[in-house]
Design a protein around this ligand. Structure first.
Ligand SMILES: O=C(O)C(=O)C[C@]1(C(=O)O)C=C[C@@H](O)C=C1
Length: 453
C-alpha cells in the first residue's frame, strides 16, 4: 500500500517519536505500512514517503502551535481560562498542552505516554485493533483531565477528588453563618472573614470555593447590604439553605442574668431579640457577628456584659448560657445563600428557584407589567425586594431647590426570586418578556429550593 494511506493514529505514534532520544531497541513499527518490496525498488516512492513524513511532522507542530493560539472558549470548554489555575496548574500541564488534548483529540499522545506505551510493550503489538485500544485508553485519560462544568450533582457535600470544599463566612467560629456552611457541606473547611464583602473577595481570588451569605430572616427581614453586594460582585447563587436560629443570652461563668447591664451582638441578632432585651432593660451594643460578641465578653472579663449568640459559641468561648431561645418569636429562620464563581446547570426535574435583579424603564404600570410576565406563565414569586439604584441617586437639582422636574429622585433595582428553573421554557420566555421593558436585567442564580429547616 502507498505510504499516504497511513492511519492517523499511526502518524501520531510515529511523529511523536521523531524528537525522542534514540532507544536501544527500535520499536517494532510493523503495524505501520511500509512500502512493498516492489515499491522499495522504486526510489521515487521512498522520496514521496520521506516527503510525507516531513509533511506530517509539520502538521503536528502546526496543530500544537494553533492550540496555543486558540482561545479556550473555542474548545467548547466553558470558562477554561478562569479554571486553569484550579485545574491545569494542579495537573502541572502547560496551558497549550491542556488545550491540545481537547482540540487535537486524535493526537493526544505526549512523549510521556509514548514512554509508557513502549515500557508496557504495547507499541510492539502488531495488531491494528490493539492500536485502537491504545488510542481509546489515551483518549479516555485525556478527556478526564478536562474541567467539568458545575451541575446539580455538584451539590454533593464534597468534591469527588477528596479535597474539602472551602467555604468563607462572615464572623468567627461559632457564628450562625458558619453553622449554615456546615449544614450544606458537613465536611467543609470553614474560612472566617471579617466582613461580608471579604467573603465575596475570597471566592473571587480563588482563596475559597464558596461563600455563605445570610440574605433574610423571618423576624428581621432582608439583609439589605447583602443584596447590594450580590449586585456589586459577579458571583452566582448555587444553593440556598434555611436554618433555625435559636439565640442564647451568654455571660461569664457564674454570672446571673440580673447582673447584666449591656449586651453585645450582631445588629440582626439584637433586632430579633428586641422584646426580650427590652424586658431585661439591657443596653444594646453592636458587634460584627454573634460569635465575635461572645468572644469579646469572654476576653473582657466583665460580669455586667452579656452576648447574644449560639450555644456553640458559648461552648467555644467558655461562657454560660443564661437564657435560651430568647428571640421574639419561637420560629426564627434565617435564609442563607451559597455563592460560587460558576453557576450550576439547573435541571427541569425538581424544584428550582431563580433569583434575578432588574431595573425598569420609566412609565405608568411598568412594575405591574414586570410582575405580570411571571403571573401570565403561572410562575410563583417567593420574594421581591427593592433597593435604591445607588449610582443614579444623585440628580442635578436646580438652584430653586425644587427638586427633580419629574418629581422622581429615586430609582430602584428590583430583586425577585421566582419558583422555576432556568431550564424551563416558561422561565426563559418570562425573562425574554421582562427584558423588553427593563433597562437592566441580571440572573443572580438558579438553584434547588430548600424546603427543610
Ligand atoms: O453573626 C452571625 O452569627 C451571623 O451569622 C450573621 C447573622 C445575620 O447577619 O443575620 C446570621 C444569622 C442570624 O440571623 C443573625 C446574624
Amino acid at each position: 500500500m502507498h505510504p499516504t494511506s497511513t492511519t492517523s493514529l499511526e502518524i501520531v505514534l510515529l511523529c511523536s517519536h521523531l524528537n525522542s532520544p534514540p532507544v536501544p531497541t527500535p520499536p517494532d513499527l510493523s503495524f505501520f505500512e511500509f512500502p512493498s518490496v516492489e515499491e522499495t525498488k522504486n526510489q521515487s516512492h521512498w522520496a514521496l514517503f520521506a516527503a510525507n513524513l516531513v509533511f506530517l511532522m509539520a502538521l503536528k507542530c502546526a496543530s500544537i502551535w494553533v492550540c496555543a493560539k486558540v482561545p479556550h472558549f473555542h474548545l467548547g470548554v466553558p470558562n477554561l481560562e478562569a479554571r486553569r489555575y484550579g485545574v491545569a496548574s494542579e495537573l502541572k500541564l502547560p496551558k497549550w498542552e491542556f488545550c491540545c488534548s481537547a482540540v487535537v483529540a486524535e493526537q493526544p499522545i505526549t512523549s510521556l505516554d509514548d514512554e509508557k506505551l513502549y515500557g508496557a510493550g504495547l507499541a510492539s503489538s502488531h495488531s491494528f485493533s490493539r492500536t485502537l485500544e491504545i488510542k481509546s485508553m489515551v483518549l479516555q485519560k485525556d478527556f478526564s483531565l478536562l474541567p467539568k462544568p458545575l451541575s446539580a450533582n455538584d451539590l454533593l457535600p464534597s468534591p469527588d477528588d477528596g479535597t474539602r470544599v472551602r467555604v468563607a463566612y462572615q464572623g468567627i467560629a461559632g457564628a450562625y453563618s458558619e453553622a449554615a456552611a456546615l449544614k450544606v457541606y458537613p465536611d467543609c473547611e470553614t474560612v472566617p472573614c471579617d466582613q461580608f464583602e471579604s467573603t465575596f473577595k475570597a471566592v473571587e481570588l480563588w482563596l475559597v470555593d464558596k461563600a455563605v451569605l445570610p440574605i433574610e430572616n423571618s423576624l428581621g427581614g432582608s439583609i439589605h447590604r447583602n443584596y447590594d453586594l450580590l449586585l456589586r460582585h459577579k458571583l452566582h447563587i448555587v444553593r440556598e439553605v434555611q436554618m433555625a436560629v435559636n439565640h442564647c443570652l451568654l455571660g461569664l461563668p457564674g454570672v446571673r442574668k440580673d447582673e447584666l447591664k449591656r449586651v453585645l451582638s450582631h445588629p440582626q441578632a439584637l433586632a430579633q431579640c428586641e422584646m426580650t432585651l427590652g424586658k431585661l432593660g439591657l443596653v444594646r451594643v453592636n458587634a460584627d457577628d454573634t460569635a465575635g460578641a461572645a468572644q469579646m465578653v469572654a476576653v473582657s472579663g466583665k460580669r455586667d456584659t452579656g452576648a447574644i449568640a449560639s450555644s456553640r459559641a458559648a461552648e467555644i468561648y467558655g461562657l454560660d448560657i443564661l437564657a435560651e431561645k430568647i428571640q421574639d418569636c419561637n420560629e426564627n429562620i434565617t435564609r442563607f445563600l451559597i455563592l460560587a464563581r460558576e453557576p450550576i446547570i439547573p435541571g427541569i426535574n425538581g424544584h428550582y428557584k431563580t433569583s434575578i435583579v432588574f431595573a425598569l424603564e420609566e412609565g405608568p404600570g411598568v412594575l405591574f407589567k414586570a410582575l405580570a410576565v411571571f403571573a401570565m406563565r403561572d410562575i410563583s414569586l417567593s420574594k421581591i425586594e427593592s433597593r435604591p439604584q445607588q449610582n443614579r441617586l444623585l440628580r442635578i437639582v436646580d438652584d430653586s431647590n425644587k427638586g427633580n422636574p419629574n418629581g422622581r429622585n429615586f430609582d430602584y433595582l428590583f430583586y425577585i426570586d421566582f419558583e422555576a428553573s432556568m431550564a424551563e421554557p416558561r422561565a426563559q420566555y418570562a425573562l425574554g418578556h421582562l427584558q423588553e421593558f427593563s433597562t437592566f436585567l441580571r440572573i443572580l442564580g438558579c438553584y434547588p429550593i430548600d424546603t427543610g429547616i
